[in-house]
Design a protein around this ligand. Structure first.
Ligand SMILES: *Cc1c(COP(=O)(O)O)cnc(C)c1O
Length: 369
């Protein structure tokens, strides 16, 4: 551990810059405390928790400006569970995937390995780039991540293909922090512990009428494990419930965060905020003699910013000094194996903290040299 001290006046007010789990605001924790003797520890089949789920579903409907006929469904297990559920309940025969990082690769592996589906198509691009899908024969699900969290590359969100092929978009780290036109998707799914600043363990999905019809078609036609069956998931969601017991605290934190965003102007407000904070970091890196944005300008994410460090800078030393000062989770995605910093700049992270973060990095790199 290098012996470098960061002066207290340079440090951010809050040092959590993780890309998920991510910073949870004090106001959310206060709301959780307030729920401590009312909602927490009470039945999810009774009105108070159902009202909480309704706040989440209505809030997300507003935040994402859901088109007519779209519905918010939710269930336990996070986006990872949704991949398995999608293989059973959304892919009829064959899926095509954009693969340009760890998360997009994982979903491809899921559908590719499903014994009841034809081998999936992977359209690949190098880490840091974005694979763009085009229509393909015999494909009934086109899947890509909105934000590839492992690399910080943002895809344009647009409908792929024709006929009744579904566009299924992993919005896990983007939802709530980046602008999106949900009408270009049939399933826009995400977990709450990233841009939405809650805790993990839940998946949420905005489903189009076509996706709902596909769920009805496939779950009537094939065996589906109950836990991965989007039919009962949707039926429960419509009643503001989940198939099995949810973490009520996660729902409290989530409802609070969604309403916090709505009160400030919704997705337009949060997207402007992440554009500003990420813009600060990209400009800082462009001007720096030891830091460079990893992703080409066209695909730079506003919510997960990846910055390559010059070979003369020991990235691990930088992140360990930062960590020792409470500035945490800026390590690069483990499997990427680059000399890099990765910042989760979700809407809960104010500009002042991001300015302090880059000042801290400058200080540490200067002292290490
Ligand atoms: C984090 C993440 C996932 C996995 O989410 P879990 O809640 O851990 O299952 C999937 N896709 C993307 C893009 C992610 O960022």
């Amino acid at each position: 551990m290098p012996d470098v001290t960061i002066p207290a006046h340079l440090l951010p007010d809050d040092g959590r810059f993780g890309s998920g789990p991510s910073r949870i605001r004090r106001g959310q924790v206060t709301a959780l405390e307030a729920a401590g003797r009312s909602l927490l520890g009470t039945s999810h089949r009774q009105a108070p928790v159902k009202t909480l789920v309704s706040r989440v579903r209505q809030g997300l409907t507003d935040l994402l400006s859901l088109p007519e006929g779209y519905e918010i469904a939710l269930g336990n297990g996070g986006a990872t569970a949704f991949w398995d559920a999608a293989a059973f309940c959304l892919v009829r025969e064959r899926a095509q995937h954009a693969v340009h990082g760890e998360f997009s690769s994982k979903f491809h592996k899921v559908t590719n390995a499903a014994p009841f589906l034809t081998d999936s198509i992977a359209v690949t691009a190098e880490a840091g780039q974005v694979a763009l899908l085009e229509d393909a024969d015999g494909v009934d699900v086109h899947a890509y991540p909105h934000n590839e969290t492992s690399t910080g590359a943002l895809s344009p969100v647009r409908r792929v293909g024709s006929g009744d092929a579904l566009t299924v978009v992993d919005g896990t780290s983007a939802a709530g922090g980046a602008a999106v036109d949900v009408s270009a998707t049939d399933a826009y799914y995400f977990s709450p512990q990233k841009a939405l600043g809650s805790d993990g363990g839940l998946w949420l999905a905005a489903l189009s009428p076509a996706a709902i019809a596909r769920i009805e078609e496939l779950t009537a036609a094939r065996w589906v494990p109950t836990f991965l069956d989007l039919g009962p998931a949707l039926a429960n969601s419509r009643k503001d419930q989940t198939l099995n017991t949810p973490a009520v605290a996660t729902l409290v934190l989530l409802a609070e965060q969604v309403e916090w965003m709505l009160e400030r102007g919704g997705l337009a407000w949060s997207a402007a905020r992440t554009a500003e904070t990420s813009g600060h970091v990209y400009a800082w890196a462009e001007a720096s003699d030891f830091a460079t944005p990893f992703v080409a300008e066209e695909f730079r994410s506003p919510v997960v910013v990846t910055i390559d460090l010059d070979a003369s800078v020991d990235g691990t030393a930088v992140t360990s000094v930062l960590r020792a000062h409470g500035v945490v989770d800026v390590e690069p995605y483990r499997a990427l194996g680059r000399n890099q910093l990765r910042f989760g700049l979700f809407p809960s992270v104010p500009l002042e903290d991001v300015q302090a973060l880059t000042a801290c990095v400058d200080h540490v790199v200067g002292r290490l040299a």
